[in-house]
Design a binder for this molecule. Structure first.
Ligand code: DNO
Length: 350
């Protein structure tokens, strides 16, 4: 297992120096932010990020994300050229020593929440989701406040995009995903890079937009679209775990050899399609984080992991989900579990 930590580049208040002070973290997870989705990342920007990380004793082996442009998901006439650009990014990142690329295939919206600062009694706050509140916001009327993963949408642009998606079905999205993978996975193989799709968050369709990376049945289908090691998963426990029907311990064991990146966090379910994010340990939420980690360990998992969203604690202000303190506590908890597994004895599945 290789512990990593997400870094949003030079503007991130969680600096490389701070990250380098967290025990057990060996690599940053980052991206080139000076190119719009669909563009080719310059070798200079990639090299600069790597050099910055290395100057702080950190590796740069994981990219999150190389975004997939909407034209690829929509399968428009622009898709082939954009897929070629995507492949070029995979090649360039492989050359620079990146081993894993995280991306998602969610139409229009990345992760969605109804509240970015849900207060807890202890003075901390965290991200929350309540489907009723989300559905009451109409994105086409500007009713949605986006949680910081994309500030580039204008209202007009968003309306146009939603219009383009009106005829999109799940099956059509699967087809477009397959076309993408058939082009990208052979390139990833050549480049020595593992591709790791991020599950949809939350893992169900929303605002009439289909979402397909949601559950065990669909992960089986995804992995068989191109059945090669490089076509793998980001196992995001908070995303998949928002649906209590997903048995994460079972899925961790089942997919371990195709999980190239694990995002570990806990959520508490408080109703139908209603949850909020909590601290990482098992007893803080509804997910069996110990069981998931144990299942990964026993199944031989040896890839990248990062603590995912943290609460805002100790008065910290910052990018929702991506403060320093609670994520650092998460890294410690996860590394502690792992050390205990290793010292307990051999992997049970081996
Ligand atoms: C949320 C993140 C996601 C993830 C993308 C991957 O905090 O896990 O935004 O980076 O979905 O493309």
């Amino acid at each position: 297992m290789k512990m990593t930590f997400r870094y949003y580049g030079a503007s991130d208040p969680v600096t490389l120096e701070k990250i380098s002070q967290i025990p057990t973290v060996s690599s940053i997870v980052s991206a080139v932010y000076d190119v719009a989705p669909g563009g080719v990342w310059s070798r200079e920007s990639i090299a600069a990020l790597k050099a910055d990380a290395e100057a702080h004793g950190l590796l740069f082996e994981v990219v999150e994300s190389v975004p997939v442009p909407e034209d690829i998901k929509l399968g428009t006439a622009k898709a082939p050229a954009l897929i070629e650009n995507y492949c070029e990014n995979v090649r360039r990142l492989g050359e620079a020593g990146v081993k894993c690329i995280c991306y998602n295939f969610m139409p229009v919206f990345d992760w969605l929440r109804s509240e970015l600062r849900r207060p807890e009694k202890d003075g901390s706050n965290s991200l929350a989701y309540d489907e009723e509140t989300v559905l009451a916001m109409n994105p086409a009327n500007g009713g949605l406040s986006l949680p910081g993963w994309d500030e580039s949408y204008t209202l007009e642009g968003l309306r146009e995009l939603l219009r383009q998606y009106e005829s999109m079905t799940e099956e059509k999205l699967w087809e477009n995903l397959k076309t993408f993978l058939e082009a990208v996975i052979p390139v990833a193989h050549e480049a020595g890079v593992n591709m790791a799709i991020h599950p949809d968050d939350p893992p169900w369709g929303i605002f009439g937009l289909p979402r397909i990376i949601t559950c065990e049945k669909n992960l089986d289908r995804f992995l068989s679209l191109v059945d090669r090691k490089e076509n793998g998963l980001t196992f995001c426990t908070g995303s998949l775990g928002a649906d209590p029907n997903n048995d994460l311990v079972r899925m961790a064991a089942k997919y371990a050899d195709r999980i190239h990146f694990a995002h570990i966090r806990n959520v508490r379910h408080t109703g139908e399609r209603k949850f909020h994010e909590v601290a990482h340990p098992t007893d803080c939420g509804s997910l069996d984080i110990y069981g998931i980690m144990r299942a990964l360990y026993d199944a031989g998992f040896d890839s990248y992991i990062r603590p995912d969203h943290g609460r805002m604690i100790w008065g910290e202000e910052g990018r929702p989900g991506y403060g320093l303190y609670d994520r650092a506590l998460g890294a410690m908890y996860l590394s502690g579990l792992w050390e205990a597994f290793e010292k307990d004895g051999p992997r049970k599945g081996k």
